[in-house]
Design a protein around this ligand. Structure first.
Ligand code: SF4
Length: 106
């Protein structure tokens, strides 16, 4: 994860989760209009996946604000989910900016 390697101090899981959320919000095009999303010929429903991922991010933001500390598994699950959504968007031609997937390719 590019941002997580910066600096000499390792972030705790709460900071890491906030960084992942911020990175996902930048790299996943949540603001695409429906007319662009629904062009037919979909290989997986981009709209539903974006709604799902947005819900996951919002849920984690609420939980972090409430003081919950995520585990490493929850952190990696969110990264995995974001990568899967990014792959589907890529297949559907919706990542025209060629932005790398969230947290870089593994
Ligand atoms: S599969 Fe999803 S993204 Fe594609 S046209 Fe249907 S609702 Fe829109």
């Amino acid at each position: 994860m590019s941002t997580l390697r910066m600096g000499s101090r390792k972030p705790n899981t709460t900071e890491a989760m906030r960084q992942v959320i911020a990175e996902v919000r930048v790299r996943i095009p949540f603001d695409l209009p429906q007319a662009r999303l629904c062009m037919g010929n979909c290989h997986g429903c981009s709209m539903k996946l974006l709604q799902f991922l947005d819900g996951e991010l919002e849920s984690w933001e609420r939980r972090l604000d409430g003081g919950e500390r995520p585990g490493f598994e929850e952190l990696s699950n969110l990264v995995r989910t974001a990568r899967k959504v990014h792959r589907v968007l890529e297949r559907n031609g919706l990542t025209g900016d060629q932005a790398p997937p969230p947290a870089g390719r593994s």
